[in-house]
Write a protein that binds this ligand. Structure first.
Ligand code: AMP
Length: 389
C-alpha cells in the first residue's frame, strides 16, 4: 500500500497535484473538503452541522471528520493506497490518521507539504472564487482559513517531522515542476520499501530450491539460517568454530547465534527488494525475533507462503535424496528423516498457526514439476507485491 498525505495552505495546489497522483499510483482519493461539501449538498445531518463552520472559514470539529473519514476508509479496504487532501488538519487528526492506518495494518508513507507564501494563497483563492462557486472563496473567509491553518494545521508538521516522513516541495514552481518534485519523493519512498516473504514447508517440500529461485527472480535476498550456519563453518569463522563445537556435542545452535547472523545479513543488504526467509522462524520465540529484526529496518512481514506436499511424497523425496551425492547428513537414515518431520510438526506448525491468525498464510500446492510449483509461488508473490501494505 502507498499512503500519502498532501499538506499545504488553502490554494497551494493540493487538488491539482492529486490528479496525477491518483492516476499514476492508482490511489483512492480522500478530500475531507470534498466529502464535507457532498454531505452539505445532500443536506445530511452531518452536512448541516458543518455548513456554517465551512462558510465562516473555521475548522469542522474532529468528531465529524473522524466519522466521514473512517467510513470512507473502511469501505475501501482493498485500495492500493490512499491519498489524503486536507487531512490531517489538526494535531488530533494526525493521531486519528495514525490509528486508522494501524487498523488497516498499514502506515502513512509520507506527508508532502506544498509550500506557498500567504499572499500567493490569497490571490490564487480569489481567482478560483470567480468560478468555483464555493462559499468560502472570498477574501474575509480566505483570511480566516489561513489564520486557522497557521494556528491549528501547521503544528501537524511537527508530528510527521518526528516520524521522519515529512517532505516539502516549492509550490511556487510551475504545475509540471511541482509534479516532478513530488514524483521524486515518491520514487525514493517506493525504493525504500521491502517485500519480505516467509517460506514454510516440511523438509522435502522443495522450500530450499524454490526459495532460491524465487529470490533470484524477484531480486530478494535469500535468508536461509541452515545455509548461514554451514557457511560460517566452511569459512572457519569464530562463530563457525562455535557452531561446530555445538554440533559435535549434539547441541542445538542457540537463537543468539542465529539472530546475530540474520542481523548481519539484513544490515549488509544491497539494493534488494526485500528478503525471503527459509528455515526461520522455526519456533514461536523466533517468530517474535523476526518481527523485531524487521521492525529495526522499519519493515514487516509482507507475505507468508506454505508449500504443501503430502507426507508420503515427502518421505519418498527425502529417501530418494539420501541416495544422491547431494545428500545432507540429516537425510542419511529413515530415523533422521522421521525426526526432522516430527520437529517441524511440533515446533514449526504452531508458528504457522500463529501466522494464520495474524496475517493469513497462503498455501501453495507443492506437487508437480519444479517449474509448475515455481509459477504458482511467483503468481502469489506478484499479487502480493502489487498490493503491498
Ligand atoms: P478544503 O476543500 O480542503 O479547502 O476544505 C474546505 C473547508 O472544509 C475547510 O475550510 C474546513 O472548514 C472544512 N474542512 C475540510 N477538511 C477538514 C478537516 N480535515 N478538518 C476540519 N475541517 C475541515
Amino acid at each position: 500500500m502507498l499512503n500519502i498525505a498532501l499538506f499545504g495552505p488553502p490554494g497551494a495546489g493540493k487538488g491539482t497535484q492529486s490528479e496525477f497522483l491518483i492516476k499514476s499510483y492508482n490511489l483512492y482519493y480522500i478530500s475531507t473538503g470534498d466529502l464535507l461539501r457532498k454531505e452539505l449538498a445532500e443536506k445530511t445531518k452531518l452536512g448541516m452541522e458543518a455548513q456554517s463552520i465551512i462558510a465562516s472559514g473555521g475548522l469542522v470539529p474532529d468528531e465529524i471528520i473522524v466519522q466521514i473519514i473512517e467510513k470512507t476508509i473502511t469501505e475501501n479496504p482493498d485500495a492500493n493506497g490512499f491519498l489524503f487532501d486536507g487531512f490531517p488538519r489538526t494535531y488530533i487528526q494526525a493521531y486519528i490518521l495514525e490509528g486508522l492506518m494501524i487498523k488497516l495494518n498499514t502506515s502513512l508513507n509520507c506527508l508532502i507539504s506544498i509550500n506557498v507564501p500567504e499572499e500567493e494563497s490569497v490571490s490564487r483563492l480569489l481567482k478560483r472564487g470567480e468560478t468555483s462557486g464555493r462559499l468560502d472563496d472570498n477574501e474575509s473567509v480566505i483570511r480566516r482559513r489561513l489564520a486557522e491553518y497557521n494556528e491549528k494545521t501547521l503544528p501537524v508538521l511537527r508530528f510527521f517531522k518526528e516520524r521522519g516522513i515529512f517532505h516539502e516541495v516549492n509550490g511556487l514552481d510551475t504545475i509540471p515542476n511541482v509534479e516532478s518534485q513530488i514524483r521524486k519523493i515518491i520514487k525514493h519512498e517506493l525504493s525504500k520499501r521491502l517485500f519480505n516473504v516467509v517460506l514454510f514447508g516440511y523438509p522435502g517440500s522443495g522450500r530450499g530450491s524454490q526459495g532460491k529461485a524465487i529470490a533470484k527472480k524477484f531480486e530478494l535476498e535469500y535468508v536461509a539460517t541452515g545455509n548461514m550456519l554451514d557457511s560460517e563453518i566452511a569459512k572457519k569463522t569464530p562463530i563457525g568454530k562455535k557452531i561446530m563445537e555445538l554440533y559435535n556435542n549434539g547441541q542445538l545452535v542457540p537463537d543468539e547465534i542465529v539472530v546475530e547472523l540474520i542481523e548481519k545479513s539484513l544490515a549488509e543488504r544491497q539494493d534488494v527488494k526485500g528478503f525471503i526467509f527459509k528455515g526461520f522462524p522455526r519456533t514461536l520465540v523466533q517468530s517474535y525475533i523476526l518481527d523485531g529484526l524487521l521492525k529495526k529496518h522499519n519493515s514487516s512481514i509482507s507475505q507468508i507462503i506454505e508449500i504443501e506436499v503430502p507426507l508420503l511424497e515427502l518421505i519418498r523425496r527425502l529417501d530418494a535424496r539420501s541416495k544422491t551425492p547431494g545428500s545432507m547428513p540429516y537425510d542419511s537414515s529413515t530415523e533422521k528423516i522421521v525426526k526432522r518431520i516430527d520437529e517441524h510438526e511440533k515446533k514449526t506448525s504452531p508458528v504457522i498457526e500463529k501466522y494464520k491468525q495474524l496475517h493469513g498464510v497462503i498455501k501453495v500446492d507443492g506437487m508437480g514439476t519444479f517449474d509448475e510449483v515455481l509459477n504458482r509461488i511467483s503468481a502469489t508473490i506478484e499479487h502480493g507485491m502489487k498490493h503491498m501494505r
